[in-house]
Design a protein around this ligand. Structure first.
Ligand SMILES: NC(=O)c1ccc[n+]([C@@H]2O[C@H](COP(=O)([O-])OP(=O)(O)OC[C@H]3O[C@@H](n4cnc5c(N)ncnc54)[C@H](OP(=O)(O)O)[C@@H]3O)[C@@H](O)[C@H]2O)c1
Length: 332
């Protein structure tokens, strides 16, 4: 398979430090060019990573006929406008999560997605630990899965950080609550019917800095999560079944340079004494994500998660925000 020729929109930290280096490990991804609002920044990133071309505007990158696919890690409010611009230039787009700020905004991508591939960059679904845990659940390892508990937090009060700017799509629900939503849909293999949320907002930023929610997946299946932008860095996922429990130690930011672990526990010894650890060989989930998208561009396999999946994630995030306002259950 010929490698897909990629262009990178901006010098965003996640692209520079994780996603682009991950993709550069792969023979399926050729990173042709990077762009920035500031040409010096583009040159600096190109020099640092060994990328051939650097553009001083996003538009110049999109006009490069050599580029087939775009990785879009712009701030959330620019996901849809620049994905549309890339699609209009005939490029496929792997866009960072969340693909839009609302489901209504994401719907604007529908027409374009019939011309080019558009996918949302939830790298976690490409990690073998997620795939293994879902296989265990499907294989009845813990009986019937009844409850998922997700915690995801970090501490960031930098007023210049995009996460702390309400007007460009900041806040914890969009930044990390989206992972809890994706986890629920993935591990329950189902869609939530209704949600209720309790949200605390930063008085100065106006962004949600702590959000807890209950999601009803029907048939007695419940997901609870807490996400926060202003508590100690932590992440964990617990899956409680009728006969066992599975814990994913680092469910979202699995490092590429260390093995990660899950625990399967039949609960016979309190305190996790009966938990059996499974260790996963080191993989780079960003590399795997880039490879899956590249194979889809080449037609070697379908895009496992396309625009409809991304719109559904946002419908659930919309309902969580409606619930903040209504202080009541909101149907999806
Ligand atoms: N999948 C993951 O693991 C993961 C992790 C972190 C973040 N993300 C997602 O990736 C995206 C970027 O996050 P990040 O933390 O990497 O952000 P970041 O470092 O702040 O980068 C955003 C980039 O967008 C460009 N930009 C254009 N207009 C801007 C504006 N008005 N304000 C700020 N920047 C602007 C800037 O690039 P130039 O100056 O070069 O033009 C900037 O470097 C977000 O959507 C986030 O949700 C995903």
């Amino acid at each position: 398979m010929q490698p897909v020729r990629w262009g990178i929109l901006s010098t965003a930290k996640i692209g520079r430090t994780k996603v682009v280096p991950g993709m550069m490990k792969s023979s399926l991804c050729d990173i042709v060019a990077v762009s920035s609002r500031n040409e010096a920044s583009a040159r600096e990133m190109a020099g640092e990573l060994g990328i051939r071309k650097a553009y001083g505007s996003y538009e110049a990158l999109l006009a490069d006929p050599d580029i087939e696919a775009i990785y879009n890690p712009l701030p959330n409010h620019l996901h849809v406008p620049m994905t549309l611009a890339a699609a209009a230039a005939g490029k496929h787009v792997l866009c960072e999560k969340p693909i839009a700020i609302t489901s209504a905004e994401a719907e604007k991508l529908k027409e374009a997605s019939s011309q080019v591939l558009i996918g949302e960059a939830f790298m976690v679904r490409h990690h073998p630990q997620w795939q293994h845990v879902r296989n265990l659940i499907r294989g009845d390892e813990i009986g019937e899965l009844r409850a998922l508990q997700v915690a995801f937090s970090y501490f960031n009060v930098d007023p210049l950080n995009i996460r702390n700017k309400a007007d460009i799509g900041g806040g914890g629900l969009l930044d990390i609550g989206c992972y809890a939503v994706v986890a629920g849909r993935y591990f329950f293999d189902a869609e939530p019917l209704r949600v209720i949320a309790l949200v605390d907002r930063d008085p100065a930023f106006g962004t949600d800095r702590m959000a807890s929610a209950l999601m009803d997946f029907g048939a007695g299946r419940q997901l609870t999560f807490t996400v926060s932008t202003q508590t100690v860095p932590f992440q964990r996922l617990q899956a409680l079944g009728t006969r066992g429990r599975i814990e994913i130690e680092i469910p979202f930011n699995a490092p590429a340079d260390k093995p990660v672990r899950i625990f399967v526990d039949d609960g016979t010894v309190h305190g996790g004494g009966s938990a059996r650890a499974t260790e996963f060989r080191m993989v780079d989930q960003y590399q795997l994500q880039g490879e899956a998208f590249s194979r889809a561009v080449r037609g070697a396999e379908p895009l496992a998660y396309g625009l409809d999946d991304a719109i559904q994630n946002l419908r659930i995030l919309d309902a969580l925000r409606r619930s903040e306002a209504s202080a009541a259950w909101e149907a999806i």
